[in-house]
Design a protein around this ligand. Structure first.
Ligand SMILES: [Mg+2]
Length: 408
């Protein structure tokens, strides 16, 4: 078994989480259960899965430049038999332009392997509107082309008589387009947003994304978009899997709130790479519906097997490792790495590194499993859900990776 149902029903067995409200039964103190979120893969992911549904910004490239190591990693994945498709919330550029950009970077790609949120939005609009209907575009060329391909007519002004409004990211979007969009939305037209990403990653750091531009229109028009087409809606993944006929797809993304949430919604395993927006602190506090199945520093994670992570509930009377160490709580192990989360003397809840292990990613897997298990059990327990202090995890990860950017 190389993948798991990404929406497992079971949480790790803990004394607080028996599920039936009855007095919890005493469990074997040595009993370990697999982490219900992170899965092992005995083969490299590029062999275990037949199609990678890759996000672009923050995964394959950052602005015009390829992410370090992405080009050889994708070449190796392809050589191992994995097909590659690109599923992006960025609506600015048509698939042909994206494919040309990928080829310039040295990644062979066809326009048919690129699915943009502009295409998904246009396809959804075409199902609601008569053929040839005008749609006011608050966005760029990618949106206009996607509408035409679906038999709809992009228009620029409310006076052109549009029957809907579509809004997607464009670096050339100006105030006049936002103002026209706000007038059209306020008039009551159906309003489709391609996505609500609040930021787009650039080499210099996060920049305002479509979510901020949608917020500008929402503020002026006084209402929410009627529909959002892109990730985390599962539609882009489901559509790409159907189009390419995959049986074992894998989502690969850098954002928990779009890529990985969309993967869970589509019931497809997801690999989080730490080259873009979401970082270690986001991951450790990640809610259930956004948790990844696999973790990688970057796309080289496609070329390797992934180890199992197990969770154990520690009896309250088990001796803590030291005077400041947590007692009881949960312990997670990934190969040599081990992390405990529990309440310390004084009442603080802390994640403690018992053993860092050889591989910093193993430590991160163990830390995620322990913190998630603690948070999940705290939700159903009578005890209050205190925020877990994970500062020791961050310190040890940075030391172990000699300050690699992904560890922060
Ligand atoms: Mg991204």
């Amino acid at each position: 078994m190389t993948s798991q149902d990404p929406n497992p029903a079971s949480a790790p067995a803990t004394e607080q989480n028996t599920g039936n409200g009855a007095e919890p039964a005493r469990q074997d103190p040595d009993r370990r259960t697999p982490c219900p979120w992170l899965a092992p893969a005995e083969q490299p992911l590029s062999e275990a899965f037949d199609l990678a549904l890759l996000d672009l910004d923050g995964v394959v490239y950052l602005g015009p430049q390829a992410v370090d190591g992405a080009v050889p990693a994708l070449g190796a994945a392809k050589d191992a038999g994995m097909r590659l498709a690109y599923v992006t919330n960025n609506a600015a550029r048509p698939p042909q332009v994206v494919a040309d950009h990928l080829r310039e970077l040295g990644i062979p790609a066809e326009p048919s392997e690129v699915v943009t949120s502009a295409q998904v939005a246009a396809s959804l609009l075409a199902r609601r509107l008569p053929a040839g209907a005008g749609v006011l575009v608050v966005g760029g060329q990618g949106l206009r082309q996607a509408l035409r391909e679906e038999g709809l007519e992009p228009v620029e002004a409310l006076s052109d008589g549009p029957q809907a409004v579509v809004q997607g990211f464009s670096p050339d979007l100006g105030w006049l387009q936002l103002a026209e969009g706000a007038d059209a939305v306020r008039s009551g037209l159906f309003w489709m947003a391609t996505n609500l990403d609040m930021t787009v990653p650039r080499a210099t750091g996060p920049a305002p994304g479509n979510g901020t531009l949608v917020a500008a229109v929402r503020t002026a028009a006084g209402r929410e978009p009627d529909q959002v087409a892109g990730k985390p809606d599962p539609a882009p993944f489901v559509e790409t899997v159907r189009r390419l006929g995959s049986e074992r797809p894998l989502v690969v993304g850098d954002r928990l709130d779009t890529d990985l949430e969309g993967a869970r919604a589509a019931r497809i395993p997801g690999l989080l790479v730490l080259t873009g927006v979401s970082g270690v602190p986001d991951l450790l506090t990640c809610p259930e519906h956004r948790r990844p199945t696999f973790l990688g520093a970057d796309l080289s994670a496609l070329a390797v097997p992934h180890p199992a992570t197990t969770v154990r509930t520690r009896p309250e009377d088990e001796a803590p490792a030291g005077p400041d160490s947590p007692s009881g709580g949960v312990e997670a192990t990934c190969r040599e790495a081990q992390v405990v989360v529990g309440t310390c003397a004084g009442g603080t809840v802390r994640a403690e590194v018992v053993r860092p292990g050889e591989d910093a990613l193993d430590l991160l897997r163990a830390a995620c499993s322990a913190v998630w298990a603690w948070n999940d059990s705290a939700r159903t327990a009578s005890r209050s859900r205190r925020r877990v202090d994970t500062s020791e995890i961050s310190t040890v990860l940075e030391r172990q990776t000699q300050g690699a950017p992904w560890s922060r």
